[in-house]
Write a protein that binds this ligand. Structure first.
Ligand SMILES: Cc1ncc(COP(=O)(O)O)c(C=O)c1O
Length: 439
């Protein structure tokens, strides 16, 4: 680790200079908290990102498997999005009036994901915040349910986990919790239908917010039949099912919802849908929409706690339209998914040939490896994390021109990745394992 840290320093003098300067007026030297968690003694500063790669201020090129943690899953710097943004910016961004792009976008969202009516938000965090509010309002129930070790953005009610005794407690690391989440939130383990049934039986839960496969504590896939069971149990208890596909859009152009025939009452997606511009959407079934439309006529809907002045702005709409009309299409996934399979195969061959008891998991164009057998729930996944080994491997990759998603050993493919990008990762992964010595 020491020699990789020294190599990192010597390779990145320009980033180091900027990092020293940044320390004067940026809190911890970074624009937002989790950027301190990049491995190395300072973050690398990027200069130019295009397609599946970027160049840092020291002139090094990186293959980007992080892709802005899915925000740039379409590839960086899409010309069609840039052109749409330019044209829209010149003809007005924010008027509080709808633009025609919103009509096209809503039709496209229905075609892809199947839900009937749509609304917009600035980020997936916001969208989740709004749908929780709608759910409590519609059901007149005070609590929400989430999966243990989920992540749905910086939404207070969702920053909760189960402790060793099964109590709901604030998620480790959550700063200044607004309230004790045990008063607002029911937390259930993934892949455990009995626990879900018991947790919802009280009749005080408005909705279950979940990813169809966990992606934020590594990839944890649903057991066969689990998601059918979730739908049955939520219906039985009158609990709205909210599926958050912000990351699982890696499964295909319609996310897991279309790929696996899910039937959510409410659907959320953010990150990649606007080609990297901040924008998110949430959709709802006919039934939910017709119940909610009554509330939209309130005189005081502006203080309903949903939306914001800049939400649904014309720039975001133009970016979503330019993105969804040209990318994240079936033909893109036909390139991306086989590349993720190739990445997975390369990783598996490398660790099995050395006798490491590791595991690699793929979901569409996303793949991730673990230093243990595959976990079935978030808790097992969290317990298996090895921060030191993660940091070492990430640094090893960065020093050789590869960026992986931070906090995970996860790679995401964009339509711009090539076979040689994947082969390069396999080569460097093998070198990294060699540097660890034998098992
Ligand atoms: C499943 C899921 N939902 C919501 C979010 C929040 O997205 P954002 O940070 O863009 O608001 C994330 C972020 O990682 C996520 O993974």
């Amino acid at each position: 680790m020491d020699s990789e840290l020294d190599l990192f320093d010597s390779l990145h003098p320009a980033s180091k200079g900027l990092a020293q300067q940044a320390n004067h007026h940026l809190l911890s030297g970074v624009p937002m908290p989790w950027m301190v968690r990049w491995p190395g003694r300072f973050p690398i500063f990027f200069q130019h990102a295009e397609g599946a790669s970027f160049i840092d201020v020291d002139g090094h090129r990186y293959v980007d498997f992080c892709l802005g943690d899915t925000g740039a899953m379409t590839g960086h710097g899409l010309p069609q999005v840039a052109e749409a943004l330019h044209a829209r910016a010149l003809s007005g961004i924010t008027t509080m009036l709808p633009s025609d792009d919103s009509v096209w976008v809503a039709e496209e969202l229905t075609r892809r994901f199947g839900l009937t009516k749509w609304q917009f938000a600035m980020t997936a965090t916001d969208a989740n915040r709004f749908v929780l509010r709608f759910s409590r309002h519609l059901t007149r129930r005070p609590k929400i349910a989430v999966i243990d070790w989920c992540y749905h953005g910086t939404v207070d009610e969702t920053l909760a986990v189960l402790d060793n005794e099964g109590n709901v407690v604030p998620r480790p690391g959550a700063l200044g919790p607004a309230f004790n989440p045990r008063d607002t939130t029911v937390v259930v383990p993934f892949n455990d239908l009995n626990a879900l049934d018991a947790a919802l039986a009280n009749g005080d839960v408005a909705c279950l917010l979940m990813e169809p496969a966990l992606t934020n504590i590594g990839i944890v896939l649903p057991d066969p039949g689990y998601l059918d069971g979730v739908r049955e149990i939520t219906r039985k208890h009158g609990v709205l099912l909210i599926i958050d596909e912000t990351h699982t859009i890696c499964a295909g152009p319609g996310g897991c919802t279309t790929a696996w025939n899910l039937e959510p009452d409410i659907f959320v997606i953010g990150k990649p849908i606007a080609g990297g511009m901040p924008a998110a959407v949430y959709g709802m079934s006919d039934e939910v929409a017709s119940r909610l439309e009554k509330e939209m006529a309130m005189d005081d809907v502006d203080v309903s706690g949903v939306g914001g002045t800049l939400t649904g702005n014309a720039l975001a709409m133009a970016a979503i339209r330019a993105t969804l009309s040209t990318t994240l299409l079936e033909s893109d996934y036909e390139r991306m998914i086989p590349m993720a399979t190739k990445w997975t195969t390369g990783v598996r061959e490398a660790y099995t040939s050395r006798g490491f008891d590791w595991h690699v998991q793929q979901l569409g164009c996303r793949a991730e490896y673990w230093f243990c057998p595959p976990p079935r729930n978030g808790r097992d996944a969290a317990n298996s994390i090895d921060h030191e080994l993660d940091a070492y491997l990430h640094l090893f990759y960065i020093n050789r021109g590869i960026l992986m998603t931070p906090f995970h050993n996860m790679a995401l493919m964009s339509p711009a990745h090539t076979d040689s990008d994947v082969e390069y990762h396999t080569k460097i992964f093998n070198e990294a394992l060699d540097s660890l010595g034998s098992n």
